[in-house]
Ligand binder design. Structure first.
Ligand code: ADP
Length: 612
């Protein structure tokens, strides 16, 4: 039995095209309009062609049957033939032009969809990046949307084109026999229903396979990306990863093939109906002609019209099923575009204080990562006064980096707050607040672009003039190796592109520090700033650290006591809490966790004689 509700829902889905069409219209209105006009024109050609064919055959019949009137019949015949040729010519021309316009529309839309995806990926909260379902949604949106969006328009155009052509043909055929029109429906509807049904199944399978598909893609990237290439070779992981990839693909392939198999069986039955209807109609037309109820011209024209009608009917129903499927898949795009960031600009943001008087304060702050049940930060009270340099020390996983992420408003606290001159950070436009801060993260970016761009990205509002660039490169210690590069500041970096020049990790780190200094920030954050620097480079950086900061505040996260000891105040973290606070000397004297960390590190530097 046909499930009426689900049928109704399916038809509804096809007509819920507003969101997709509004994207199409917004980004490719011109091409869409041209396509629509072409479709209308193309829809008129087939009827004209069938009519002219009927006239040609009937005129030929009269020509043969009426000797003595050759001249008059000949002129008519020529007129019909020339008209038929012109119709064929214009149909071909409009088809070729139509191919160009729909390609132009498709290409334009694909690029725009990519831009929409980029815009959304950039605006969502960082928290989404840590949620696998974000990647599933993004994966589905980017896999399908770029080609489905133009296709939905093509599908609608196809429906319009086929229905226009079909209407003419149906009117023409009705004048001959209603039986033939019925034959058209019997031949096409079962195939269309099967398509509709399997679109839904295919969509559901695709959603179910998103995660294994991404996993397979992940194995592929480990096998082919530069980042893991060294380890994959040294640890000989190639075979294992290939096998895992193949296993995932095999399972997914079998599921897909099983779906296809059941569809093919049903399709065959439907095709059988199609053929029966076609041949039944031929028998009908021939018997009508033999019984003298129609002319030879009508026989030819109606046979052609029936065949044409059949293919337009099929095209219309298939396009309908395709639009349904495309629309289902585009729900993935809309789902992705519908993600709303939580960290947004307030309606009336408070201006960020120009020069801070009191500085930044963390007040009884608690933070738990989404999906975690243990807080990463608990009861944090911390002050960073203007011009002050503080250090944060602690074991791995004690919450140091999380604290910086909250300062940058990449996350908001679960409880408590962060203030700048007593104003809650939530009152500011996050983009304006971030202009105050410059950070070198532990996992800083390696941009496979020029040296200059790697520095300039720290503040793209500032023109990249050569002298200022040299000055920050000098401050970060990057100037000396940049000078030796083949094109100095214009050298392309990384191994992505032909002229790329690879740097050492320490050199990349110096560039990241230069990028930080390029920003006119009030607060500088250095998360393990010298982890990859050699002792001389580290000493150079730290020696003039305060003058490099030019009186601005800084947060130093480090395990190196050479770095830590220069801070005005040291905060010691353990399991998400601040357990001690004071100067290096005070903390040593307290003989607490800090002193323990210090002694453990110092022990490795002392000579065996001194340890005794
Ligand atoms: P630290 O910088 O002191 O090494 P982090 O601030 O990076 O430590 O991490 C603190 C805790 O938060 C750790 O237990 C870590 O597992 C957890 N954590 C860090 N990042 C995330 C994240 N994106 N999602 C969930 N938990 C996280």
């Amino acid at each position: 039995m046909v499930d009426v509700t689900s049928l109704r829902n399916r038809i509804k889905t096809v007509f819920q095209l507003r969101r997709s069409l509004s994207i199409v219209w917004r980004y490719a209105a011109g091409w869409t309009a041209v396509n629509a006009v072409l479709v209308f024109i193309q829809g008129l050609f087939p009827v004209a062609a069938f009519y002219l064919m009927k006239q040609i055959v009937d005129t030929v019949t009269i020509y043969i049957d009426s000797p003595g009137q050759e001249n008059q019949n000949y002129s008519w015949l020529m007129l019909w033939v020339v008209l038929a040729a012109l119709v064929a010519l214009f149909a071909a021309l409009s088809r070729s032009f139509g191919e160009y316009t729909s390609s132009a529309q498709s290409l334009t839309l694909s690029d725009k969809v990519a831009d929409l995806l980029h815009e959304k990926s950039h605006s969502v909260d960082l928290a989404y990046y840590e949620n696998p379902s974000y990647y599933d949604t993004l994966h589905r949106a980017q896999e399908e949307a770029p080609f489905r969006l133009p296709r939905i328009v093509e599908g609608l155009i196809e429906i319009a084109r086929s229905v226009t052509a079909l209407l003419g043909i149906v009117v023409l055929m009705f004048s001959f026999s209603g039986f033939l029109v019925l034959g058209l429906f019997v031949a096409t509807i079962p195939v269309a229903v099967i398509r509709l049904l399997y679109s839904q199944k295919s969509f559901e399978l695709d959603r179910a396979q998103t995660e294994p598909e991404r996993k397979a893609w992940y194995y592929h990237s480990i096998l082919t990306d530069m980042a893991e290439a060294k380890e994959v070779r040294v640890f000989n992981l190639g075979r294992l990863l290939r096998e895992r990839f193949q296993l995932l693909k095999k399972t997914m392939r079998e599921e897909r093939l099983e779906l296809l198999r059941s569809r093919v069986v049903l399709d065959m039955i439907a095709q059988l109906l199609d053929v029966l209807a076609l041949f039944g109609s031929i028998v009908w037309i021939v018997s009508m002609t033999i019984n003298g109820k129609s002319t030879l011209g009508e026989l030819v024209a109606f046979y052609l019209a029936f065949q044409g009608g059949l293919s337009y009917m099929q095209a219309a129903f298939y396009a309908f099923a395709d639009v349904y499927e495309d629309n289902l898949f585009l729900s993935n795009l809309h789902e992705f575009l519908g993600i709303e960031p939580e960290i947004t600009r307030p309606e009336n943001p408070h201006p960020v204080p120009g020069t801070m008087r009191k500085g930044v304060e963390f007040k009884d702050l608690v933070f738990t990562y989404p999906g975690n049940n243990r807080p990463a930060l608990k009861g944090i009270d911390l002050t960073l006064s203007p011009g002050e340099v503080i250090a944060i020390v602690g074991d791995n996983g004690s919450g140091k980096t999380t604290l910086v992420k909250l300062l940058c408003r990449l996350y908001d606290p679960s409880a408590g707050k962060i203030t700048a001159d007593d104003l809650d950070l939530k009152r500011f436009d996050p983009a304006e607040w971030r202009k105050k801060i410059s950070v070198v993260f532990q996992d800083y970016a390696h941009y496979a672009l020029t040296v200059q761009e790697n520095i300039w990205f720290g503040n793209i509002d500032r023109p990249p003039d050569a002298d200022s660039m040299k000055e920050v490169a000098y401050r970060s210690g990057a100037a000396s190796f940049i000078k030796k590069l083949p094109y100095a500041y214009d050298t392309e970096l990384g191994r992505w592109f032909t002229d790329g020049h690879e740097l050492s990790i320490g050199e990349w780190q110096k560039l990241a520090i230069a990028r930080t200094f390029w920003r006119d920030a009030d607060i500088f954050v250095f998360d393990e700033p010298s982890s990859s620097l050699d002792p001389i480079a580290e000493a150079q950086l730290l020696e003039n650290f305060r003058s490099l900061l030019k009186g601005k505040s800084a947060i130093l996260i480090s395990h190196r006591f050479s770095t830590i000891r220069m801070a005005d105040c040291v905060y010691v973290m353990k399991e998400g809490e601040i357990v001690e606070k004071g100067t290096h000397e005070d903390l040593l004297e307290n003989n607490g966790h800090y002193a323990e960390l210090y002694r453990t590190q110092a022990k490795h530097y002392e000579s065996p004689e001194r340890q005794e």
